[in-house]
Design a binder for this molecule. Structure first.
Ligand code: IFM
Length: 477
């Protein structure tokens, strides 16, 4: 809880229309192991569920895999140099579990740990604060074969892996987050089947959500005992949720989706209880007998930071008979309970993912978390947009992405000015990368990656972001 950006809303006030952030605001960019590293079989790394999934025909667009990705494993020094050139104060990356603990149990793989030690040392040498995420979706395949996240023992395996990684890197990394977006692991991985391991079993997805949170709580306890001074947290993907109209039926649809998208994680982790209405909504799927005495106390072990990933808003309505099925990321048919609502598109501008652009929703999300869990320091651990990019004369101009960042950073500033303890912002993503079931067809990066040559080209949004960091704020509009 020691980030220097603690209480300086007074410094925020605009000089000639310029928007200034608090001193010490942590400006960063984020990536994840499977999306950028490549080197899938090197130095002892074994397969994760994403290796298996991406190599299964029909799972990922055009059969793309993370085998090579951005080849960051071999090019990390150049990538860190690029981060330094952009002036990043922090870099959020994830550790590949099967690289540091092949198979997901047993002793550490020293070669895997050494890779992350070299990366962290290089970051520190460039004055860049490392922000480590322990799990960004790459469960070791043998643990999935044993039952995966629906199995309780996977939580204990995760805590063991977390301790082993923390023992190796805890002397040089202060910010630790356990999971990235457990919603996706549980509901896209085991519910809709759109993500690895590709299972479609609503009851299993609810059990997975619980065991992901249990693994989180066990890991926080272990890491806090080892180094109480560390900043420990989790990253949740949170949505603004609104009803299409003010009818009671639409309001109930919004309540349901807020429960299944946001509160199903927020409440156990921050309040130590599942929301009663979510339990009721899920009764047709599970009786929650997988929850044991003491679990919710473990799950709600106090945190020092909460990471918020924000991309868009869900607008929902009561279902209409015969309505068109929705795209999976909005209403996966097997996302338990989502069949009771209709996701509405409003015709507002969207990104290349078809996600509606809604910066005010970011303020709403931050206000809501702060209202319900005051005092907890917040970080935007991901925010960004995919657009189609083109290289022209060796340059990439991406005004739409730049405008997306600009509007969302203004939203962050508004939240801080209202007194919300938002301490930092990580753009998603540092560079184009493997966008899960979309493969390399969606580009979120501030830095363009030519996947044939592995050339990196900072886009105009990257140059703009560097200037934002340099002036610790945004120019007048
Ligand atoms: O690329 C992903 C990331 O891995 C998790 N959050 C959302 C991003 C965009 O889909």
């Amino acid at each position: 809880m020691t980030n220097p950006a603690s209480s300086q809303t007074a410094q925020l006030l605009d000089k000639g229309g310029q928007v200034t952030f608090p001193t010490g605001f942590l400006w960063g960019a984020a990536t994840a192991a499977y999306q950028i590293e490549g080197a899938a079989t090197e130095d002892g790394r074994t397969p994760s569920i994403w290796d298996t999934f991406s190599h299964t025909p029909g799972r990922v667009v055009q059969g793309h895999t993370g085998d090579v990705a951005c080849d960051h494993y071999h090019r990390f020094r150049d990538d860190v140099k690029l981060m330094a050139e952009l002036g990043l104060k922090s870099y959020r990356f994830s550790v590949s579990w099967p690289r540091v603990q092949p198979g997901g149990s047993g002793p550490a793989n020293q070669a895997g740990l050494d890779f992350y030690r070299r990366l962290v040392d290089d970051l520190l040498d460039h004055g860049i604060e490392p922000w480590l995420t322990l799990y960004h979706w790459d469960l070791p395949q043998p643990l999935e074969d044993a039952g995966g996240w629906p199995l309780r023992d996977t939580a204990a395996r995760f805590a063991d892996y977390a301790e082993l990684t923390h023992a190796a890197l805890g002397d040089r990394v202060r910010y630790w987050t356990t999971f990235n977006e457990p919603w996706c692991s549980a509901f896209l991985g085991y519910g809709s089947g759109a993500h690895a391991p590709g299972r479609s079993d609503a009851a299993a997805s609810v059990r997975a959500a619980h065991h992901l949170m249990l693994g989180h709580g066990l890991a926080v306890q272990a890491l806090r005992a080892a180094r109480p001074e560390h900043d420990l947290g989790i990253t949740l993907n949170l949505y603004a949720v609104s009803p299409q109209t003010d009818t009671p039926a639409d309001a109930d649809a919004a309540r349901r989706i807020d429960g299944l998208a946001n509160r199903v994680f927020l409440d156990p982790i921050l309040h130590g209880a599942y929301p009663a209405d979510v339990i009721e909504d899920l009764r047709e799927v599970t009786d929650f007998s997988h929850v044991r005495d003491g679990d919710l106390t473990t799950i709600s072990t106090p945190l020092s930071v909460l990471g918020v990933n924000y991309y868009s808003r869900h607008v929902v309505a009561a279902p209409v008979e015969g309505a068109q099925p929705e795209p999976y990321w909005r209403a996966p048919s097997n996302w338990p309970g989502s069949e009771h609502v209709r996701f509405v598109t409003r015709g507002v501008p969207v990104t290349d993912m078809d996600w509606e652009i809604d910066a005010p929703g970011l303020v709403e999300v931050l206000q809501r978390v702060n209202r319900e869990y005051p005092e907890l320091p917040l970080y935007i651990t991901e925010n960004g947009s995919a657009f189609v990019d083109e290289v022209v004369d060796g340059e990439v101009d991406d005004p739409d992405r730049l405008a997306y960042f600009d509007s969302h950073l203004r939203a962050c500033h508004e939240a801080i000015a209202a007194g919300i303890p938002l301490r930092g912002y990580f753009a998603w993503s540092l560079m184009d990368n493997f966008e899960w079931s979309w493969g390399y067809t969606k580009r979120f990066g501030m830095v363009y990656v030519d996947y044939d040559s592995q050339l990196r080209i900072p886009k105009s949004s990257a140059r703009w972001y560097a200037e934002v960091i340099r002036r610790n704020g945004l120019a007048a509009q």
